[in-house]
Design a protein. Structure first.
Length: 72
C-alpha cells in the first residue's frame, strides 16, 4: 500500500477512535447521567448517530491536521 494512503488511513482511524470515545463519554455523562435525562437516552439508534457525529468529525479533523502539519 502506498505510504500516503497508509498515512491517511491510520490518521483517520485514530481520530475516529478518539471521536467514538468522546461521543460515548458525553452521551453517558451528560445525556444518560443527568437527573432529568433525555427521552432518547435509551435509544441505541440515537446513541449510534450521536457517537458517529463525533467520530466522523474528529476523524476528518485529525486526518486533515496531520496532513497539514506532518511531512512524509
Amino acid at each position: 500500500m502506498p505510504r500516503l494512503i497508509w498515512f491517511i488511513l491510520t490518521r483517520f482511524i485514530t481520530g475516529f477512535a478518539l471521536g467514538c470515545a468522546t461521543g460515548l463519554l458525553i452521551w453517558n455523562i451528560y445525556i444518560c447521567g443527568s437527573e432529568h435525562g433525555m427521552a432518547l437516552s435509551g435509544s441505541l439508534i440515537a446513541q449510534g448517530f450521536f457517537t458517529y457525529l463525533f467520530a466522523s468529525t474528529m476523524g476528518i479533523g485529525y486526518m486533515s491536521t496531520a496532513l497539514w502539519i506532518e511531512e512524509l
